[in-house]
Design a protein around this ligand. Structure first.
Ligand code: MOS
Length: 766
């Protein structure tokens, strides 16, 4: 491992284990008061988004902001010999040209994740597209033009970017055996007990997150606290704040991060990548606010990707369909400087019962940009291998793939030996199969035709851990009777604004429309960001608790107010509904909440920090994915004509936004299955194809009928809301379900993603 690499955290910062509350479990909420599925309220931020009133980072209105443009390396490995900035400096409108060679020294590397390199410092080049300079100019066009005029001379070395050619050098990072190597039972015994054994290699390519909104940052310095305000498209306020403060040696309070609207992230906006601090440095040196947005091309090298993986999966089973042996031996690409490892072996450790297993995750270093968390990082990639292999074993045993999975349901988590907090795999398989019409599947490939196309069905499981994080929320009942919820969480497009308004409205008995929600600012009560599918459950728990306390205060105020019709009644006698406080036994006796607050003349506020989660249980969301494909063998074309997901994810906070999350995940998984890949030209060490012309994601015409449903699941252990995260479980196993359907349709087994026409045509249908 390179000497540059710092100590790495194995799990997302969001995935820190919850603290033990010592509680046995949470009181089960009454279904009347707290229905298992929240109302399908439309997004409260929908109107401002579709009318353009919502300002995304690149659009924030900042007086006198200049524009920044990055200069990036064109080689993958070597040293900068010189940088001639004279032409750029002389170009129209240019205010400043900063480079690795002329920037003032004295910055630390960011602290959390990403790349532990100092910002604009040093002459070493570690990958193509490394940011080595920034130009500040009056206009966007002037900045980009001048950036193209910076002349860089390199001492170039041969880049080590050939993944297949370097597999022999794969290694298990030292000191990380506990996370990356897992052995249980006796592999020889597992082999002896096996009556059928299969072993295959599965491969996944480099994929990019490509959120619709590119990364953008606007930095403003001030003489007062906070000294530095950074508007930036980020998934988490606290992480960006810590990163930027560390780079400049500032206290956290001196850095304010603002991220009110985020146009998608999928993991690449967890870190404050180098461009964030480069923008702040440029603003400081230029003496003006600076606005910088990454181009779509720069998104490919500058903010992470899902790395390449190669997974050798060995399964041994008895004739009755029970597994005796499971080995998952995987290699993922890693950069020479970053510390992120794609842990494809997480799902194989825990999804199925099997007495003898080994899961090992090794890495190969490439002179390429640093990979990072991408929607279900490790689970999405690793489940392609495992869930394809499970289908291959079901075929080898002559078993239905659903029955085969049910035959290997573990009583407890086989990785940790902890009981499941809840696990609805069997229910999801049963109910999903029923909805989908699995009984119409022919076990024989090439048995169903529709015109020129073969029709096939495939199934695969999804799973993602449930994380709950400490979170704070402040709630204010304002004098006009409306409610303000404030929380330093982010809404990355998933519906956080909406669900928090719903939770507060339900507890306080007011219409959702009278609840305003403020998010995305480090001046608000701190909460972890949107990552590891943890935000909804964590922040809703805090808002629920704060609203409950505020309700008690409101009731106390109403019963002690001499002018109130409720004066002197016991608190237990008071209810709140439709914005009105009233007596339970005499519903006509009461008055509007607004009247209480107007009379008070001042708002009522409460702030709470919650630390959800109980130790001692294995906590995961589960799902079953069902796919119907039509494959035209002459063209090699695969169409996903139907896709269905059935999930067990605890309480669903909003039926509409949850459904959108599930559909979005499944569609992203279909993209992973059929289209998404960024090829790395190993000779030049450069990514080929850096825009949507080359990187294909599904469009409407590519997607058939995609549907989602969920089973009722009461989980009293995960958090007081009983809600599991849903942002990621919906992509896990999707690519395998597609590959399994392709096999059922055609008899062709594709073990390398994406399943493009050339692979279909080349594969044997035997
Ligand atoms: Mo997620 S990959 O933690 O945004």
């Amino acid at each position: 491992m390179s000497g540059q690499a710092g100590s790495r955290t194995h799990t997302c910062i969001t995935c820190a284990p919850p603290r033990d509350l010592g509680a046995a479990k949470f009181a089960a909420p009454s279904p009347d008061d707290h229905p298992m599925t929240g109302a399908p309220v439309s997004r409260t931020d929908g109107l401002v988004k579709v009318t353009g009133a919502a300002r995304y980072t690149a659009e924030v209105d900042i007086e006198g902001a200049a524009y920044g443009a990055l200069v990036q390396s064109t080689i993958a490995r070597g040293r900068i010999r010189s940088m001639d900035t004279s032409e750029a400096e002389a170009a129209p409108g240019v205010l400043l040209v900063l480079t690795n060679l002329n920037a003032p020294p004295g910055r630390n590397p960011p602290w959390s994740f990403g790349e532990p390199l100092p910002i604009l410092d040093g002459d070493a080049i570690y990958y193509e597209g490394q940011s080595i300079g920034v130009v500040v100019a009056d206009t966007l066009e002037q900045a980009h033009h001048a950036a193209s005029l910076v002349n860089v001379a390199y001492d170039e070395e041969d880049p080590r970017t050939h993944f297949e050619g370097r597999l022999g050098e794969a290694y298990l990072p030292e000191g990380e055996e506990e996370d990356l190597l897992f052995v249980k039972g006796d592999l020889d015994a597992g082999q002896r007990e096996a009556e059928v054994t299969i072993e295959h290699v599965y491969e996944t390519p480099v994929e990019h997150h490509h959120p619709m909104e590119p990364h953008a940052t606007v930095a403003v310095w001030s003489d007062e606290t906070p000294r530095l305000t950074v508007y930036s498209s980020q998934q988490g306020i606290e992480w960006a704040q810590g990163d930027v403060a560390n780079v400049f040696g500032l206290e956290s309070e001196d850095v304010r991060i603002v991220s009110r609207f985020v146009g998608g992230g999928f993991g690449n906006k967890l870190a404050a990548w180098p461009h964030v601090s480069i923008t702040a440095l440029a603003a400081r040196e230029a003496g003006r606010p600076v606005r910088l947005a990454l181009t779509r091309e720069q998104m490919v090298t500058s903010v992470g990707h899902r790395p390449r993986t190669r997974q050798r999966v060995t399964l041994g089973a008895r004739r009755d369909g029970t597994l005796s042996l499971l080995r998952h031996d995987a290699i993922a690409s890693i950069s020479t400087i970053g510390t992120y490892v794609e842990e494809t072996t997480k799902v194989p450790r825990m999804l199925y019962a099997c007495p003898h297993r080994e899961a090992i995750q090794r890495v190969v270093q490439l002179d390429a940009s640093t990979p990072t968390y991408m929607r279900a990082p490790g689970e999405a990639s690793g489940s392609f291998g495992l869930e394809s292999a499970m289908d291959e074993m079901a075929t080898a045993l002559g078993m239905d793939p659903i029955a085969f999975r049910m035959a290997n349901e573990p009583e407890i988590d086989p990785e940790t030996d902890l009981p499941w907090s809840s696990r609805s795999v069997v229910e999801c398989l049963r109910q999903g199969a029923e909805t989908f019409g699995w009984d119409r599947r022919s076990p024989q490939p090439r048995a169903q035709r529709d015109g020129n196309a073969f029709v096939g069905y495939g199934v695969a499981l999804g799973t993602y851990p449930t994380f709950s994080n400490p979170s704070s929320a402040r709630i204010t009942a304002r004098t006009d009777g409306t409610i303000l919820v404030e929380c330093g969480a982010t809404d990355i497009g998933t519906g956080t604004y909406t669900i928090l308004a719903q939770v507060a409205a339900r507890v306080l008995g007011v219409p959702v429309e009278s609840v305003a929600v403020a998010l995305g600012d480090s001046l608000l009560p701190p909460a972890r960001g949107s990552g590891a599918s943890s935000a909804a459950a964590s922040t809703s728990t805090a808002v629920d608790a704060a609203a409950t306390e505020l309700r008690q205060q409101l009731v106390a105020a109403a019963t002690s107010d001499p002018a109130s019709p409720l004066e002197g009644l016991p608190a237990s006698e008071i209810n709140l509904r439709d914005g009105r406080l009233f007596s339970q036994s005499e519903p006509d006796r009461g008055y509007p909440l607004a009247a209480l607050l107007q009379r008070r003349g001042e708002p009522l506020t409460t702030e709470i920090t919650t630390e959800p989660g109980v130790e001692g249980y294995s906590k995961h969301a589960f799902g079953a994915h069902f796919c119907e494909v039509r494959v035209d063998e002459d063209l090699g074309e695969v169409r996903v004509t139907r896709f269905h997901g059935c999930y067990g994810a605890g309480r669903i906070l909003n039926a509409k936004t949850a459904r959108s999350q599930f559909l979005g995940s499944m569609i992203m998984g279909i993209g992973m299955a059929l289209m998404e890949e960024t090829p790395l030209d190993a000779r030049l060490g450069r990514y080929a194809g850096k825009g949507f012309a080359d990187y294909h994601v599904p469009v409407h015409a590519d997607i058939g009928a995609v549907t989602a449903e969920w089973v009722e699941e009461h989980d009293p252990y995960i958090n007081p809301m009983g809600a599991k995260g849903i942002g990621e479980v919906g992509i896990v196993g999707v690519a395998a379900a597609v590959a399994n359907a392709v096999h059922n349709a055609t008899g062709r087994r594709i073990r390398s993603l994406p399943i493009t026409p050339d692979k279909i045509i080349a594969a044997s249908s035997a």
